[in-house]
Every structure is written in C-alpha cells, then in structure tokens.
Write a protein of this length. Sequence first.
Length: 287
Amino acid sequence: MERNELCWCGSGKKYKRCHMAMEEKMEQLREAGHIVPGRELLKTPAQIEAIKKSAELNTAVLDHVAKHIHAGISTEDIDVLVHDFTVSHGGIPAPLGYEGFPKSVCTSLNNEICHGIPDKNIILQEGDIINVDVSTILDGYFSDASRMFKIGTVSERAERIVRVTEECVELGLKAAKPWGHLGDIADAIYTHAQKNGYSVVEDIGGHGIGLEFHEEPFVSYVTPKGSEMVLVPGMMFTIEPMLNEGSPDFFVDEDNDWTVYTIDDGLSAQIEYMVLVTETGIEVLTK
C-alpha cells in the first residue's frame, strides 16, 4: 500500500509510521529464504484487545476448575463446570460440536495424550494426573489453554513428568523472541525433555489462534533452532508440548475417534499457554 495511506491494521496511523518498516523487514527475510507470516496471521490492535478478553474468560474457567477438581468427581462433572461457567459469563465452549466433538472441554487422564472426552463413568482417583484443556469463544474471538492437575498425592513419576513439562513450557517461552523462529521454541522444549528422558509427541502440536479455533502456523516441538516461521509482532499462537514417558507414538480410540493414547501405556503430560508476539517480547495471554 502507499506510504501515506492509513495503515491496513486500523491503528489510524499512516502506513509509513505504522507497519511499513516491519513489512519491509519481513520481505527481506522472505527473500533470504525464511518462512514469514502473511498479514492475515498478524492481529490488529482491535483484534488483540478483543482476543485478550476471550483469554481472560478462558483463564477464569480454568481457575474455576482448579477450585473444584478433586478425587471422586467424574470428568463429566468437569465438563459441566466448564460449560456452565463459560455460558454464564457470555462465552461459548469452543470444543462443543467442533468437528463433532461432543463435549465442552477435553479431559485427558494419565496415559491419554489429548482429546479425552468427559464421561460420567470416568471418576478421578487419588494419584491421577489429568490435563484439562479449555477453549473459549467470546464475542466471536477464540482462546485456548490447558493445565495439568495432580489429584491428591501422586507418584514420583507422575510428579516428575508434570514438573518437567512445566519446565519445558517455561524454557520455550524464554527462547521465544520477536524476529526469532518457531524452531527456537521447539529446540528449547525438545532438548530439555530429552535431557530428562522424555519423548515429545511429533504429529500433534500448537497452532495459531484468535480469529479461528485453529489457524496457521502449526507449532512443532521437534524442529531445529532457527527453523520454521519467523516470529513477527502481531502473531498469536499456542505453546503446548506433549511429553510422554516412553515412545512419542500414539493411537486414537477406535470407538470415539478422538481420544489419543500413548502407544505403550506410559504417562503423558501437556501444558498449554496462548501467546502474543509483541515488538519487545512474548506476552502470555492465558498463564
């Protein structure tokens, strides 16, 4: 666009004083062979503010679950907690009906890697670990995050995989810098997981988010430092590595076609943050 036109992002500034220098840098990187996002992946100031409100509700939902989760309740009870809190605060649970998913939240227990379906017959037991993955639509904008919950006193191996997963996410966040690469995040996560004896699931990863539930880019956690898409201010995506005790391989439940299990019955853990790339760093929207 022309230098003196109002910028496409809706800031009200002229293009030359807003996105022009950034887009010139992006074009230089593209010509040098780097993968660079298109404008459609860069959120505008107005979109960012609206998405942040969705993320605030998403965090409140997880806080609500944290107050009520305990041994003896069913994963169906968690689904009710999520659904009722979300709807009563003006939101919509994003998973409900998404590609046929029957519930409002994913509850993945012990050897389930992800996409566990809440069920009244699945009762939380002392020693379980469970990932509760909450995704919210508020005023048409999407947010997504998950937490690991330890039910009562858990085994040392369960405690350890949750702790190392937390460490991996934090290291991934530290490695993420504006004008760095998605591969920088992956390398930090993969290196720490491997050092501690865990594998990282390869074929399921993070994703862009905000205007849709799942957007580009796919966020891998097994790619080399300096590879994958450049982290340009305005990008928004999830960091959500899945660590397995044994093999990174998995299988999908043949009956429900959703729940993903470890191939060797080992424990799995996942923690998910939703982040925004800014000009000065990485902002966590759902921590």
